[in-house]
Design a protein around this ligand. Structure first.
Ligand SMILES: [Zn+2]
Length: 312
């Protein structure tokens, strides 16, 4: 007696030399058999074979277009530059014999998909890009998924399964992020010539500032307000060094205390987009990043006003 490779329930042994998915009362087509052989390395029970028979179906333009839009909007939300979304989506569509054209804006994606063989099979749909936190792990895994689709001719069912697994994987703990960002910002302070007093101040300032940012974001407060308040609190804490004359470089501590807020990813993406010819989205990303930088300077200016400019 062997166990089913999918649900682990006992299943009768298959006759020698018979391919998986054959010989049972459930008849699978070629695609479904290929799927079973690629994914499971043992016999499957009747119930599982029936489920697979229902789920693994030839792809329709509607399902493919819905999947590609989920895929593209998730990638854009995770903070990727535009040409990578276009390339990955084209690669997946190509593995099913379709080609795509996309219009990508800051908040929306329009996808036009068309079958290579028969251009009457086509569909155009529009989807909003959800606001999401940057996540390089998702970007890298989703890009790998597009190559797997290309190399192994994955079925849409498999793509969906793997896509859901990637998207629902738990994120790194917020406390880890908090600690690492604090240390990284202290290291920034060192790069700009701060001494150990300054580094300590920046570490504490970043910790509190970033904690406030996390808490305010969790409460869905406007992100511009979040940036102003975090920059103000972090620079206020770092200004203790100037106020109490701790160490030789308290000004460096004050200046570098807000660097953890700088929107590096949108800035880099906007440059890449501009250079690669996606000018409109490049400009919108630059404007977004600029707005955040203005908010950071508003927070920092409030501290300087309270402290008095003689401090620098
Ligand atoms: Zn089973």
């Amino acid at each position: 007696m062997e166990n089913c490779a999918r649900c682990r329930r006992p299943v009768a042994a298959q006759p020698e030399g018979q391919a998986r998915g054959e010989g049972a009362s459930v008849l699978l087509n070629r695609e479904q058999r290929a799927y079973v052989q690629r994914v499971y390395d043992g016999p499957l029970c009747e119930a599982c074979l029936q489920e697979i028979q229902k789920a693994v179906q030839p792809v329709t333009v509607r399902d493919l277009s819905n999947f590609l839009l989920d895929y593209a909007t998730t990638l854009m939300g995770a903070g990727v530059h535009t040409s990578r979304v276009v390339r990955n989506v084209n690669r997946i569509a190509g593995s099913f014999g379709y080609e795509t054209e996309m219009t990508i804006f800051q908040r929306h994606i329009t996808l036009h998909i068309l079958q290579n063989q028969d251009d009457s099979v086509r569909r155009t749909s529009l989807r909003a890009i959800p606001a999401a936190a940057f996540n390089f792990e998702i970007i890298s895994n989703l890009s790998t998924l597009s190559w797997q689709a290309h190399d192994n001719r994955l079925t849409l069912y498999e793509l969906r399964e793997q896509f859901n697994a990637i998207v629902t994987r738990p994120r790194i703990s917020r406390w880890w992020v908090l600690g690492l960002v604090s240390l990284a910002n202290a290291a920034f302070c060192r790069l700009f010539g701060g001494d150990f007093w300054a580094m300590g101040l920046v570490c504490v300032a970043t910790f509190v500032g970033f904690l406030i940012r996390q808490e305010m974001s969790l409460r869905r407060i406007n992100h511009l307000a979040v940036f102003i308040v975090s920059a103000f609190v972090a620079s206020m804490i770092a200004s203790l060094g100037v106020w109490a004359s701790l160490g030789d470089t308290p000004q460096t501590a004050l200046g570098t205390s807000v660097l953890f807020l700088i929107p590096g990813v949108p800035l880099i993406n906007s440059i890449i987009d501009l250079l690669e010819g996606y000018v409109l989205i490049g400009i919108s990303r630059a404007v977004n990043a600029l707005t955040l930088i203005i908010c950071i300077s508003l927070g920092l200016s409030a501290t300087l006003l309270i402290l008095g400019t003689y401090a620098l």
